[in-house]
Ligand binder design. Structure first.
Ligand SMILES: Cc1cc2nc3c(=O)[nH]c(=O)nc-3n(C[C@H](O)[C@H](O)[C@H](O)COP(=O)(O)O)c2cc1C
Length: 318
């Protein structure tokens, strides 16, 4: 697992640019230092971009940052690159199964992950860190899930190895719309499930009392703000003492096993959503000085239904 519970609480450890990066990359990052919680609040799905390309400095910072995102917390190996947009991308995205209209993106963050038991969660976790680093640079982003494996995005990425997949991409560019309305709606909760629908205590029968979890409430708020495919927010978290068990509650008729996803061979995007939720939880927990590490060890808590499955546990200090 990526970060041992004994990891030193370095000053700035939880700052996004620094967390989990090797020394070489960390040294090259200079003064970029925004708090993850602030970036999580600022990020939204930007679907309209300005025509000017991303500046050279920002492009280099982003590329340096990506170079440090190669190992997921659950053991999968990934790699990412920034590719330039090409004419016709907006309509190609539709054919590849994405929804919404992406207007004027000048680039895409494309990645590949090697097949492994938790490859999709790790992909979501790593790419969301890159998304937040782009947010720090003032850039707009939008996650896009579709069938990319045989698309021109793969060619521009330089191809995939036989054991790699490309589960989702992220459009990127200078912000052309005003996200303030979306951010406000999200913060007011009108576009999010209630905490009582997603966070539980000991088992799925008892709602978690957020007033009794201290600063973990902020880590949970960061999970609630996370992006997810069609905004389904499939994460469910059960707290049991120092353990925070993450479950995936699948949306009926969407994702793995659904006709749409089977025909289009779209990746199991709700597992990518889980990785994004893990990323937000951990970044804010660490920012607030809470140490911990990820383990995959099913606690055997009775599940509310067949649509719910155990994914991973964050173990904090007891
Ligand atoms: C894995 C994944 C796939 C997504 N696919 C698309 C997509 O194909 N088209 C799109 O417009 N938005 C897509 N989104 C963005 C979500 O619709 C968005 O995150 C959600 O509605 C919440 O809004 P927010 O990101 O502004 O907070 C995707 C998000 C995730 C995490």
């Amino acid at each position: 697992m990526s970060w041992p519970a004994t990891a030193p609480a370095l000053p700035g450890w939880a700052k996004l640019w620094r967390s989990g990066m090797d020394e070489g990359v960390r040294d090259g990052l200079g003064d970029v230092n925004a708090l993850a919680s602030e970036l999580i609040r600022r990020r939204y799905s930007c679907r309209t971009y300005r025509p000017e390309p991303i500046g050279e400095v920002e492009r280099r910072r982003l590329t340096d940052y990506m170079a440090g995102r190669t190992a997921g917390p659950l053991g999968a190996q990934a790699r990412f690159a920034l590719v330039a947009a090409a004419p016709g991308d907006a309509s190609a995205l539709k054919r590849l199964g994405t929804y919404g209209f992406i207007k004027g993106a000048t680039g895409f963050i494309v990645g590949a992950v090697r097949r492994a038991p938790n490859d999709l969660e790790d992909y979501g976790y790593l790419l969301e860190q890159i998304v937040l680093s782009a947010t720090d640079l003032g850039l707009g982003t939008c996650w896009l899930g579709g069938t990319f494996t045989r698309s021109s995005f793969v060619r521009r990425f330089g191809g995939l190895a036989h054991n790699e997949t490309l589960p989702a991409v992220v459009s990127i560019g200078l912000i052309g719309d005003d996200g303030s309305e979306r951010i406000r709606e999200r913060e007011e909760g009108s576009r999010r499930l209630l905490s009582s629908q997603t966070f539980f205590e000991r088992g799925f029968g008892e709602t978690l009392d957020l007033s009794r979890v201290g600063v973990y409430a902020e880590a949970l708020a960061a999970v609630r703000m996370a992006p997810s495919a069609t905004n389904k927010q499939p994460w469910r978290i059960v707290r049991d003492g120092a353990a925070w068990h993450f479950y995936l509650r699948r949306t009926k008729g969407y994702g793995k096993g659904s006709a749409l996803f089977t025909v289009l061979r779209i990746a199991d995007l709700q597992r990518v959503d889980m990785g994004i939720a893990m990323c937000h939880f951990e970044l804010v927990a660490r920012e607030r000085g809470l140490t911990g590490s990820w383990v995959v060890r099913d606690p055997g808590i009775p599940l509310p239904g067949k649509d719910t499955e155990y994914i991973v546990t964050w173990v904090g200090p007891s």
